[in-house]
Design a binder for this molecule. Structure first.
Ligand code: SF4
Length: 128
């Protein structure tokens, strides 16, 4: 059914663009010009596919759901110090090229450094 698939894609776009704030189910259907029945079915389908999370929320005296994307878009700040951004081999580097991220020591060291920083943050906040 093309309309439903189209609505699913649009709904996922809107939910993803709202990021950590999420979007109320009722606001979403208004934005997509869908009925609440259509909207509920699409939200359930997206949740079943593992693409969104639904959290129950009391809004203006009525129970509804706030929808969040499961996959968060990468932020530019997370890669700003990646060695690839200033690498002189960038144009020749590729997965199947002689110069490859698969065996690049600079990239490996950077990834391990990021992982180490994340572990230190987790340890200091008691998450481990
Ligand atoms: S993977 Fe290594 S060689 Fe390739 S662009 Fe990044 S730093 Fe340069």
């Amino acid at each position: 059914m093309p309309r439903r698939n189209e609505l699913e894609h649009k709904a996922l776009d809107v939910i993803s663009n709202n990021g950590t704030d999420g979007v109320l189910q009722s606001e979403l259907w208004r934005e997509l010009d869908a009925t609440s029945r259509e909207g509920s079915r699409i939200a359930l389908k997206l949740e079943t596919k593992g693409l969104i999370l639904r959290e129950k929320e009391l809004f203006e005296g009525r129970w509804t759901y706030r929808l969040f994307p499961k996959r968060k878009p990468a932020s530019l700040s997370s890669i700003i110090d990646s060695p690839c951004l200033m690498c002189t081999n960038d144009a020749r580097c590729g997965a199947w090229s002689p110069i490859s991220p698969n065996d690049c020591p600079r990239l490996t060291m950077w990834i391990l450094g990021v992982e180490e920083e994340e572990n230190e943050i987790a340890e200091s906040s008691g998450e481990t």
